[in-house]
Design a protein around this ligand. Structure first.
Ligand code: AMP
Ligand code: MG
Length: 491
């Protein structure tokens, strides 16, 4: 396995080779105070063949804090627009993110290296180009937590902090997150060229994305239609994964939707504690547009925006055919994931109702989503067994008993033993998720310059399905103070 120094990373900046109408070239702005390393993620370093010992060099914080460039980097801010809360905003773009370049690893995979919080760009509008420490910690940990859960996502390499002051509701300090993804192109990257009637650029962008990320379509005569069809598929599946794990994105604007169907732009996201389908994690989302149970519909709405942007290169009929497949794809994938969460083998007609009636009971009794599914692995299918510990999650025990009888009957048709089923379910139902209060604890310590909790959570969440000795408290539901933490976009 190759292990390179920062100076020897293998850059191949394909986006920078597109014309200047796609971006603005500029360097990151160094902090006014010296940068220092807050956390480093060796698992992400491996993806770009970066020697993990590089993090020990004093220059590391300079490079990933925005004050030093290494050979091969061609920094730029990407241009895009998008629909924010349902309203088209003609120009957004990377207002505080800077793409340093694309690193090609030994396996010939390409990874964007992007600094978030690295200073003003031509697209900063009223912002200051900075990110506060707390928001970088949340994005860093959640990116890796989602990856640990098997959900497609951008990754996170490190956080570099500084005492540089950043002004929000109160004075905070700035930090830079280095995130990595095969591409940061968004639905909104297509929208801007459509609304500006720059169809030549729109076509160039589609060709670029297809040749780099959908290469199997390059030769197809209907490549643009098939490209959109695959984006629909990826998005439908991604959102099914969010729903199954009980996660809400919080700001599903089209500028935050990845063209690859990966989770992108972590802001006021949240994992559900007590199950509530109407869960709103974004404090600024007063109407619940991005509530947990709206996400599948919003996915379709966002895809319709992308479809509109592709009208100059794909027929309306083809776009519509793909959009029409979204709901069925999403639902089939969601049901399949829920079957696995329940440990069901095969597929039966009644499974959907079994899942939905459980969720209704969980909502009625405010049952902890993660903990209950984890505990369900211990369900004993022996006739007469009351499954007391599971029963105790519910206010109305009789109704749980009714559901448990149906579940038992379904399990009894399977050949696997309870123990085998439990083992399978434990590989699907995580024990640990990034609950808001866990992130908050790491943030508060970090604000006092103790970064140990970030690293502890990183390691824990990279293996969310295994029992980790001494870490049981990290699986606990939130204490009272951690139940309704306000998280909003202004970070
Ligand atoms: P978000 O909701 O974080 O995805 O951001 C939406 C848009 O606002 C993007 O174009 C961001 O680059 C921009 N933005 C958010 N925060 C800032 C900031 N502090 N400075 C400059 N631009 C920002
Ligand atoms: Mg964004």
């Amino acid at each position: 396995m190759a292990r390179h120094s920062m100076e020897m990373l293998s850059f191949d900046n394909s986006y920078a080779r597109l014309s200047e109408s796609f971006y603005a070239k500029l360097n990151p702005t160094p902090f006014s105070d010296p940068p220092y390393l807050i956390s480093f993620n060796p698992a992400a370093a491996e993806l770009i063949d970066l020697d993990p010992d590089e993090a020990k060099r004093p220059e590391f914080a300079g490079v990933f804090g925005g004050s030093l460039l290494v050979p091969g980097m061609e920094p730029l801010a990407m241009l895009y627009s998008g629909h924010q809360f349902g309203v088209y905003v003609p120009q957004l773009g990377d207002g505080r993110a800077i793409l340093l370049g694309e690193v090609r690893n030994e396996r010939v995979e390409r990874w964007d290296l992007q600094l978030k919080g690295a200073g003003l760009t031509p697209f900063s509008r009223d912002g200051d180009g900075r990110a506060v420490l707390r928001s970088t910690i949340r994005e860093y940990l959640c990116s890796e937590a989602m990856h640990g859960l098997g959900i497609p996502t951008a990754r996170a390499l490190c956080i570099v902090g500084s005492d540089h002051k950043v002004y929000r509701e109160q004075v905070e300090t700035g930090a830079v997150l280095t995130r990595m993804a095969p591409s940061h192109v968004r639905f909104g990257t297509f929208e801007i060229f459509y609304y500006r009637k720059q169809y030549e650029q729109l076509t160039m962008l589609a060709d670029y994305v297809i040749s780099n990320h959908y290469p199997h379509l390059v030769e197809a005569t209907d490549k643009y239609a098939r490209f959109f069809d695959e984006v629909v598929e990826h998005t439908a599946r991604l959102i099914a994964q969010w729903q199954a794990v009980g996660w809400a994105h919080g700001v599903m604007n089209t500028d935050n939707m990845s063209i690859l169907g990966i989770t992108l732009d972590y802001g006021p996201f949240g994992f559900i504690d007590d199950y509530d389908p109407g869960f709103i994690c974004n404090h600024s989302d007063h109407n619940g547009r991005y509530a947990f149970d709206q996400q599948p519909f919003i996915g379709l709405w966002n895809l319709s925006c992308l479809a509109q942007a592709l009208l100059p290169i794909v027929s309306k009929e083809e776009l519509k055919t793909s959009l029409d497949r979204y709901t069925a794809t999403h639902q089939a994938q969601y049901l399949e994931l829920m079957r696995r969460k329940l440990g069901l083998d095969g597929a039966q007609a009644d499974d959907e109702s079994l899942v939905n009636s459980l969720l209704a009971l969980m909502s009625e009794s405010h049952v902890d989503y993660t903990n209950f599914f984890r505990a369900l692995g211990d369900f004993r299918s022996t006739p007469g067994d009351q499954n007391e510990s599971l029963r105790d999650y519910f206010v109305n025990r009789d109704r749980f008993d009714g559901w448990a009888a149906r579940y038992r009957a379904r399990l009894c048709e399977q050949t696997s033993s309870d123990a085998e089923r439990c083992e399978r379910m434990n590989r699907i139902n995580p024990k640990y998720v990034l609950r808001n209060y866990l992130a908050q604890t790491a943030i508060e310590k970090a604000q006092q310059k103790d970064f140990s909790e970030i690293d502890r959570l990183l390691t824990l969440l990279q293996n969310p399905h295994s029992d980790q000795p001494g870490m049981d408290t990290y699986a606990a539901p939130p204490p009272n103070w951690g139940k309704h933490l306000a998280v909003s976009c202004s970070s």
